[in-house]
Every structure is written in C-alpha cells, then in structure tokens.
Design a protein around this ligand. Structure first.
Ligand code: AMP
Ligand code: ZN
Length: 301
C-alpha cells in the first residue's frame, strides 16, 4: 500500500471503531469518549512520569501580538491562524449577506481581531514570564489546544490538536542539562506504553527558501530532536514528541532575565497527545480493553 492508502485505511478504521467522527474539513475530527478516555489516561501518565502535577491550561486563542513578537509570521506564516470577526455596520452586513447568498467570498467584510490561534503550547507562556526569573529559573507544565493550518488527509496530521509541554526557562547550561536529562526518560516513557521510539535530529517546517536556511541551521546546532514511531509502513516515521532548545530567542523577544541579569534561554518538550494515542491504537489495536495489562494500568485514571 502507498502511504496515502495506509492513511485512508487508518482513518476509515478510526471512524468505523468509533474513535473519530470526521467534520467535513481535513484534519478536524470529533472524538468520542472511547478516544478521550485514552487521552485522559495519557495526561495522567504524563503527570506521573514528569512529577509535574500543576498544569497551566491556556485557551486555544492568544493575543496576536505573541505571534508577531515571537517571529512566527516570519518563520512559519503558512501554519498560522488568525481570528477575524465582522466589525461592520448594518449596511456592510447587507452587502455581506448578498455575497453569502451568491456563494461568493465575503472575507472583505471581516477584520483581524487582536487574537490568533495558539500554534504550540508554549507561545502564550513567554509574555507571562517577562522580568526576572526566580533563582533556579522556571519549569512549567502546559496544556493547550493548538491550531496549525496544515490540512491533510492523514488522520495523524490535524489542524486542531492538543499538546502538553514542559517548558524550562533559565541559564543556557541549565536548560541544556534539563533537555539532556529527558532524552532517555522520554524514550522510556514511550517504551513503557509499548511503543518503539527512535530519537532523530529534526527541524521545524519553516517557510520558503529562507526557511531552508533556518532549518539547516536548526539541525546543525542540534536545536530540535523528535521521538518518532512507525505508524505507517511506507514513508517516514511519525513524530510523537519533540525536545527543543530555543537558545535566547524567546528570552530576548519577551525580555526574560535570569537572576544574574542575563537574557534567559528556554527549551521545551512537547507531547502530541492525539499522535501518541493514535500510535497506541495502531500498535495495540482498536479495542483498548484488550491492550496489554501494563499499558492499561499505566493509562488507568
Ligand atoms: P512541534 O512543536 O512541531 O515539535 O510539535 C510537538 C508535537 O505536537 C509533535 O511531536 C507532534 O506529536 C504534535 N503535532 C505537531 N503537529 C501536529 C499535527 N498537525 N497534528 C497532530 N499532532 C501534531
Ligand atoms: Zn514549545
């Protein structure tokens, strides 16, 4: 089977076994409680495995300024989602309705609001850290519903998905040590669930020709690693987690300082919740009640 055929078969099975209900837009699914129970179990297991019990949940939208300030519109504008609303008067509403009735484009009647969707869990965190960090920096556990404009027939590539992240902000040394300390533990975390992950050097999907330079730079400096698992026979493995080092990028943009007055560095570890659960379904089958006892116990909640 080609990768595209495998993707279609997997999606059909997810629908047939009542995990997903498609929503007439690629990469957008309603999830049933059968799927959500696995997500809840995974969330609990993340808390147990990381020891980070307090989770900060950001809403799925955030101030648009964060997208602008963080450089997201320079590096990955094709993935961004902005919130637009109708802010016109009665007359423009009449015109809008005419366009609608004709089935024509009505976007000219919308205005950009001060909100955007969150493209990853950690973006909304940085502006809340502006100023001087406490001694020892910060380690935060986040949960956010993310949006990325990457419509795809692949059920593992969604436009709306959830991410848990641990974010470490401190001196370069401490951030790197923290990331290093997770390389083996993160692999163990996935192995405990019966997955067979591999750690690979990776880069973000930066836009255009300039983006290729950024991606090469990211790889050369080993700023991004992904934990990947085989979900489809054909083509590359699927990234289910990532371990990133941002150097002083966010520290500079959002004026975050260590206690010594230096610009803070940051790093994050992202868990793709839907992707991990999909990898588990692919590995252990479509009946979670028949999964290996150890996995069921780890995911009990
Ligand atoms: P990233 O910030 O791109 O490293 O993403 C962190 C994690 O989120 C990845 O390792 C994936 O598990 C998950 N992820 C990223 N993009 C998507 C997507 N389009 N659909 C589902 N999960 C995703
Ligand atoms: Zn992050």
């Amino acid at each position: 089977m080609t990768r595209e055929e495998e993707q279609k078969v997997f999606l059909d099975q997810l629908v047939e076994h009542r995990f997903f209900i498609p929503m007439d837009s690629p990469g957008l699914f309603a999830r049933t409680s059968k799927f959500e129970n696995l997500i809840k179990g995974l969330e609990e297991f993340i808390v147990k495995a990381t020891g980070e019990e307090e989770v900060t949940y950001f809403p799925p939208v955030m101030p648009r300024k964060i997208l602008e300030k963080s450089g997201f519109m320079d590096s990955m504008p094709h993935l961004a989602g902005l919130v637009s609303c109708f802010c016109g008067n009665e007359r423009s509403l009449l015109e809008l309705k005419e366009q609608l009735a004709k089935g024509e484009d009505w976007s000219a009647f919308l205005s950009m609001t001060d909100l955007s969707h969150a493209p990853a869990a950690c973006y909304p965190l940085y502006p809340t850290c502006t100023g001087t960090l406490p001694p020892g920096g910060r380690l935060v556990h986040l949960g956010t519903t993310c949006f990325r404009h990457e419509p795809s027939p692949d059920p593992t590539r969604m436009q709306s998905f959830r991410m848990r992240e641990l974010v470490r902000i401190d001196t370069p040394d401490n951030v790197l040590k923290w990331r290093e300390s997770w390389f083996e533990r993160a692999i163990q975390f996935l192995q405990d669930l019966g997955l067979n992950p591999e750690r690979v050097e990776a880069s973000d999907p930066f836009f255009g020709r300039g983006g290729r330079v950024m991606a090469n730079n990211q790889r050369e400096q080993k700023l991004k690693f992904e934990l990947v698992v085989k979900v489809y026979e054909a083509g590359p493995s699927l990234a289910v987690m990532s371990l990133n080092y941002h150097q002083d990028h966010f520290g500079k943009q959002f004026e975050i300082k260590t206690v010594d007055g230096e610009t803070a560095h940051s790093g994050c570890m992202g868990f793709g919740l839907e992707r991990i659960v999909l990898a588990l379904i692919q590995r252990h089958g479509f009946s979670p009640d028949s999964w290996p006892k150890q996995v069921r116990e780890l995911l009990s909640h």
